[in-house]
Design a protein around this ligand. Structure first.
Ligand SMILES: Cc1cc2nc3c(=O)[nH]c(=O)nc-3n(C[C@H](O)[C@H](O)[C@H](O)COP(=O)(O)OP(=O)(O)OC[C@H]3O[C@@H](n4cnc5c(N)ncnc54)[C@H](O)[C@@H]3O)c2cc1C
Length: 369
């Protein structure tokens, strides 16, 4: 704090010797002096305060007060951010609305184990999307990018990950395009879009119909082929992460993070439907191969106590239908396990219990291969 004060004072003095600056310095100096005087009072008071806090709220067992001569490592390096994202694996991506409902809403589950991400109700997660391969390939072929053209970025695949080629271009985009245009017709149109009189037309051409940067480049083929490669980052803004309200509780799913995501798709006067970059990308992802698949037997075990209550107390019946490979045996093993655990049976008793269910046609299988 002292250093900040003195640096500010010096800058002020250097800049001006006006009365106002003197007055300001006078007040600052007085305040600094008073704070220094208070040091003698504040420190004993703080020590007493912390002792009282520790009496009221003792440290959890196994933890200790960090000694004042230890330099605490900054935790900011470990925090995840736009420049240090966490690569969560996708666990599932299920549509939760009926197939004939106009809105495709997905429950998307991520595995965040090892991330040390913690969240509370009401928190938002930022997700960095990728452009669709269709638009990436269209851009690469339209701009005639060569395989030996490269960007030096900390990320790979800049067109897929970095350039927001699906966004609606701003006026500055047309100003820069205009500088590179040598085609008479195209240049004239671009110039018009940059004038005050051309704004209404620019709005109709771009914003009203949500025309994308890629589509504008395709509409101005002579100009876009003239844009030097190194100007791409001036012309095209960076792809931004999108916010999603977290839909799960970390108490229930410590290693997971769920979102409920509406897939953005709508029509304008343009032929191609407009699709949201992030929601379309996420909706098209399949769960990663490295994630263990969740089958019905896992769900049965997860809900074991409830299934036991239904079977034993409420007289429920169990119907197994589906592809006969491992599934029928795995489901029966899972139900037997539940009966064993919640009925407090031995393995033999549990087998007898299931057999009785089968005899009474309360456990039926219809499977095919
Ligand atoms: C705090 C916060 C929390 C959020 N939480 C959620 C959430 O829990 N779930 C969720 O699904 N989204 C949520 N969003 C919205 C989310 O961040 C994205 O904006 C959304 O998913 C669309 O992103 P996208 O990349 O798919 O679409 P983009 O490519 O960004 O396109 C979206 C744009 O398309 C245009 N657009 C969309 N629909 C139409 C239409 N019908 N007519 C005309 N133009 C249209 C709008 O200009 C819109 O800005 C949240 C946003 C914020 C700020």
């Amino acid at each position: 704090m002292e250093r900040t004060w003195s640096r500010r004072n010096k800058t002020r003095e250097d800049r001006s010797s006006s009365k106002l600056a003197n007055k300001f310095n006078f007040i600052a100096k007085k305040l600094l002096k008073r704070l220094q005087q208070l040091d003698a009072v504040v420190y004993p008071w703080l020590t007493e305060l912390w002792n009282k806090v520790l009496d009221l709220y003792p440290l959890p067992p196994g933890t200790d007060i960090i000694s004042a001569d230890i330099v605490v490592q900054s935790s900011s390096e470990k925090l995840h951010s736009q420049s240090n994202p966490f690569y969560a694996s996708l666990m599932s991506n299920e549509r939760v609305t009926a197939i004939d409902h106009f809105q495709d809403v997905r429950l998307v589950k991520f595995n965040i184990s090892g991330s040390s991400i913690s969240y509370s109700p009401g928190d938002v997660v930022m997700i960095a999307p990728k452009n669709s391969m269709e638009t990436v390939n269209d851009f690469i072929s339209h701009m005639k990018l060569k395989t030996d053209d490269y960007f030096t970025l900390q990320q790979n695949d800049p067109v897929e990950n970095y350039l927001d080629i699906n966004s609606v271009p701003r006026r500055s985009f047309f100003e820069l395009m205009c500088l590179f245009s040598e085609d008479e017709l195209e240049k004239e149109k671009l110039k018009e879009f940059c004038t005050a009189e051309g704004q209404e037309e620019l709005y109709s051409y771009c914003n009203r119909v949500k025309r994308s940067i890629l589509e504008v480049l395709q509409d101005f083929p002579h100009t876009s082929s003239n844009i030097p490669f190194e100007y791409f980052f001036d012309l095209i803004p960076a792809l931004q992460p999108r916010a999603f309200s977290i839909a799960s509780s970390q108490q229930a799913y410590p290693e997971e993070l769920h979102i409920l995501m509406a897939v953005v798709e709508y029509k304008t006067k343009l032929y191609k439907p407009r699709r949201g970059v992030c929601s379309t990308w996420l909706a098209g992802l399949n769960p990663s191969d490295n994630v263990d698949k969740v089958y019905v037997q896992h769900r049965i075990k997860e809900n074991g106590e409830y299934i036991w209550q239904l079977l034993n107390d409420k007289g429920a019946s169990f119907y197994v239908a589906g592809n006969a490979k491992q599934m029928p045996d795995n489901v029966k093993d899972a139900v037997t396990e539940i009966v064993k655990i919640y009925g407090h049976f031995t393995s033999e008793e549990a087998d007898i219990y299931i057999r009785k269910l089968e005899q009474n046609r309360r456990y039926q299988s219809e499977t095919w291969s």
